[in-house]
Write a protein that binds this ligand. Structure first.
Ligand code: FBP
Length: 460
């Protein structure tokens, strides 16, 4: 059995799956091993030369991140030097590094959040950013940087790996995100953080259901975080007796318009009332609106109308039908649809109050069919409080192991890989997944760019 607490060695294998030649050409300065799947082969007994490693969080917090850092610190021990990068990749650009000891990390063991090192969402794409990072790498004589992040952070990681390949500084990623959209089965069934957040949301939803059953009132509309993919809503709905839930991917697959969603909710509420149950819980994914066909088109058009500095689009360029649709929304939704994208070009779904919009539309629908009908509804958004919950037993163990694997990859000098583990229970297998193979072209800020592909829900 692999002893992950010791530095392990890896063997190189070809990765299953084709790579777009234009992606390969954009990563031509990466060493050939960066395109290979690395499979852990044994614990290494040979003593490795002392190395200098830095670690940062990147993107939104996810439960278990502190355990990853503690494991890195433990495997570095007194042989290697570890630095914490403060404030994500933005902190790396600014050179905000500090020595990190096991003792520093122990205080955060099994605690949620990313407060040990903080985090940010800096997108690396400018020559000046790469130049600044190269100076930091030279100043601290870094041999490797471990980036704990999601899909966009892994896009950053693989391009940074290429930039630093001449500087003998390796870049390794650790798959983090509550969204559950960064996976690479069979090597990595899930990112860390997903199950802890789901556990918390399941518990909160069950409490809400219990309240409705006790007080016999209210329809609760709960939006669950998870960005574009509906993994969290799917998992939570499978494990709670909610009255109704929607999956964005299914809506897109069936080409379901918003009017049909409103009708389905209204029908559920009416039927439940007829059955003497004037209350219930309805779950929707954070990214619902992005999947509704007509709104998806509108969002895409709005994005193409943004100027180069990502500012609000000029609405006079909207088609008549898009304009009419836009004006149908209450002002707060109009405003939220026009918010700037994040630095990676993602629209800020967490800030669109879809739960409030649905209540508004269902209320209008019900009263237009029968003016005596009223809807006692409450909007909820479970998100930020969830992603900073403590890791559950799975994530606690998973993160510790991922931290060890990432450190072994870094100490071995591999670059452009994501630490991966197929299971936390023995017999498990550890891997380094070549990030280049996860890239696909997507439109961001009106340009086709290679980004790590998000895994969406397909089993509905
Ligand atoms: P990442 O793990 O991809 O960084 O995102 C996690 C997340 O919580 C998403 O579920 C959510 O849409 C987004 O971050 C919110 O972003 P922000 O922290 O910028 O408000």
């Amino acid at each position: 059995m692999l002893d992950l607490t010791q530095c392990i060695s890896f063997s190189e294998h070809s990765f299953n799956g084709s790579l777009d030649p234009s992606i390969t050409s954009r990563l031509s300065r990466l060493p050939p091993s960066s395109f290979s799947l690395l499979k852990a082969s044994s614990s290494q007994s040979k003593r490795l030369a002392s190395k200098r490693i830095a670690v940062c969080f990147s993107g939104g917090p996810a439960p278990g991140g502190h355990n990853v850092v503690l494991a890195i610190a433990k495997l570095c021990g007194s042989t290697h030097s570890l630095f914490g990068i403060m404030g994500g990749l933005g902190g790396l650009v600014k050179g905000h590094l500090k020595p990190l000891s096991i003792k520093d990390c122990l205080a955060y063991h099994n605690l949620g959040g990313f407060d040990l090192l903080k985090t940010d969402r800096t997108k690396l794409h400018q020559a000046s950013q790469y130049k600044a990072i190269k100076d930091v790498v030279a100043h601290y004589q870094l041999d490797a940087i471990i980036i704990i992040g999601g899909d966009d952070s892994h896009t950053n990681a693989v391009f940074l790996a290429q930039e630093l390949s001449d500087h003998a500084c390796a870049i390794i990623g650790v798959p983090k995100t509550i969204d559950g959209d960064l996976r690479c089965p069979p090597y990595l069934p899930i990112s860390f953080g997903f199950y802890s957040v789901c556990d918390l949301f399941i518990s909160l939803i069950n409490n809400l259901i219990c309240d409705t059953r006790s007080s016999q009132k209210y329809w609760h509309f709960v939006k669950l975080m998870g960005r574009s993919s509906s993994h969290i809503t799917h998992y939570v709905a499978q494990h709670t007796p909610v009255d109704l839930f929607f999956l964005g991917e299914k809506i897109a697959h069936n080409n379901t318009p918003l009017s049909a969603i409103i009708k389905q909710i209204a029908d559920t509420i009416l039927e439940s009332s007829h059955n003497q149950k004037p209350y219930g819980v309805i779950c929707i994914p954070e990214g619902l609106l992005e999947w509704v066909p007509e709104i998806r088109n509108l969002i895409q058009t709005l994005n193409t109308l943004r100027d180069a500095s990502n500012r609000s689009p000029d609405l006079s360029h909207l088609s008549q039908s898009d304009h009419d649709l836009f004006l149908q929304f209450p002002e707060y939704i109009q405003h939220q649809l026009l918010l700037d994208c994040d630095s990676h070009g993602n629209i800020q779904l967490s800030r669109i109050e879809t739960e409030r919009l649905l209540i508004h539309m269902v209320t209008s629908y019900l009263s237009s069919s029968d003016p005596s009908l009223t809807l006692d509804a409450m909007p909820h958004f479970y998100g930020y409080e969830g992603r900073c919950t403590h890791p559950n037993a799975f994530d606690s163990e998973f993160c510790t192991k991922l931290g060890y694997i990432a450190t072994s990859l870094a100490l071995n000098g591999y670059t452009g890989h994501m630490a991966a583990l197929d299971s936390i229970t023995s017999p498990y297998q550890a891997y380094g997944v070549p990030i280049a193979h996860l890239l696909r072209f997507e439109t961001r800020f009106n340009h086709e760019v290679p980004v790590v592909k998000k895994t969406i829900v397909t089993d509905f």
